[in-house]
Design a protein around this ligand. Structure first.
Ligand code: PMP
Length: 395
């Protein structure tokens, strides 16, 4: 029996068409297969490896932490330097009101925590979210996800959820004094890198102020420098009441966070006490990795490289069959005329040594979300593989 056989036999599958590459090692923007092949990672494990695979500073921080301790106690009881270091660094680079960090394990959990916090703080129940938004696979996160097809088999989900059209200011009057919170991806990821208008985002912010609904911005995919600002909300001149992070946050380790004001967050620790608890949230090793990741992103101003490389990509990826490149920074969607063409191009890219995929809610779009450390030479090399694949499929 091979690893491949065991993968299909013993590991639960998420679809009948997994990529099923056998990977032995990963470094920088490259993954190395057991067959000796090298793959350019153009998707960073879905916007995770922001500073590349096994960034030396992340590896060093983890090794250092290994010599101190691993798990000690459930989140919130003991003072653990990796957690406090991370919270200090993070809040130092966020707006003044986002000054209290709750560490969890994943994006879905960050969303669950944020939803509970908003309901508890406002004492309201309705949640407004957007069509085509993706917020995670747990019950609460799935409830606010904006695609019926992946939800219907799991109903009943959370009650009192209202979905409105993203980037349509005409729908904002559906946010009312009944609304506990509005949850939005600052830039929609799985919808295919959809960037809203500045006017819409500012009107959304204002409507939340006017009605007392809390604005939760999900930057699980768009944060950490990926879209050309450290935080995507900076593009729009707004600030959320609650921010959620995960994916690139942990530098390749599982970590999430929801961040709010100290005053707001306090309500999770009283009436009832322990209103939100997690065993592994803020795991010491993950927090050490996250701190090194954030230090690298800030130290090297990697969001500026995201802008530079977006320009290189837009300059090189020109072909009759490429209808449009959506998105911002290094969260881009290359749009084709059909899902069929997109899938064939993705397969050709893989044969050419480049890993990419489509979007959950936009299967005619190819994902471009490489590590933010990618160089111009590497981008040019990647674009050559993609263009060849587009040409091969066209011919
Ligand atoms: N929100 C957004 C915007 C995401 O892209 C994702 C994951 N694709 C999630 C939430 C859920 O994160 P996780 O898979 O870590 O639960």
């Amino acid at each position: 029996m091979t690893y491949r056989d065991h993968f299909f036999k013993y590991l639960a599958q998420t679809s009948s068409f997994p990529l099923a590459l056998e990977i032995e090692k990963a470094e920088g923007i490259y993954m190395y297969g057991t067959d000796g092949r090298e793959y350019i990672d153009m998707i960073s494990g879905i916007s995770v490896s922001a500073v590349g695979h096994r960034h030396p500073d992340v590896v060093a921080a983890m090794k250092e932490q290994l010599d101190h301790h691993l798990h000690l106690m459930v989140y919130g009881e003991l003072i653990q330097p990796p957690q406090t270091n991370l919270a200090c660094l993070l809040t130092g680079h966020l707006p003044a009101t986002l000054n209290n960090v709750y560490l969890v394990n994943s994006g879905s959990e960050a969303i669950e925590g944020a939803l509970k916090l908003a309901k508890r703080y406002t004492r309201r129940t309705e949640v407004v979210a957007f069509k085509d938004a993706y917020h995670g696979s747990s019950h609460g996160a799935l409830s606010i996800t904006g695609r019926e097809a992946i939800k219907q088999s799991f109903r009943p989900l959370l009650p009192d959820i209202r979905h409105i059209v993203f980037n349509d200011p005409g729908m904002l009057d559906q946010i009312t004094k009944r609304t506990a919170c509005v949850v939005a991806e600052t830039i929609q990821g799985e919808a295919g890198a959809v960037v809203p208008g500045k006017n819409f985002m500012q009107a959304l912010r204002q409507r939340c102020y006017d009605t007392g609904a809390l604005l939760i911005l999900d930057e699980i995919q768009a944060g950490m420098g990926r879209t050309g600002e450290l935080w995507a909300f900076s593009h729009f001149g707004i600030e959320p009441d609650i921010l959620t992070l995960a994916k690139g946050f942990g530098g390749g380790m599982p970590l999430g966070a929801f961040i709010a004001s100290r005053e707001m967050m306090r309500c999770l620790s009283e009436r009832p006490v322990l209103g939100h608890i997690t065993t592994f949230g803020g795991n010491a090793l993950c927090s050490a990795a996250a701190t090194a990741t954030l230090q690298t992103i800030i130290g090297k101003r990697l969001w500026e490289n995201a802008v530079r490389q977006e320009k290189t990509i837009r300059k090189h990826l020109i072909h009759n069959d490429i209808l449009k490149i959506r998105g911002k920074g290094l969260l881009l969607a290359v749009e084709f005329d059909s899902a069929d063409r997109c899938k064939k191009i993705i397969d050709r890219c893989l044969e050419g040594g480049l890993l990419t995929d489509w979007f959950l809610f936009a299967d005619h779009c190819m994902r471009i979300a490489p590590p933010l450390t990618i160089t111009s030479e590497e981008v040019e090399k990647a674009c050559a593989v993609i263009l060849q694949a587009v040409e091969d499929v066209a011919g």
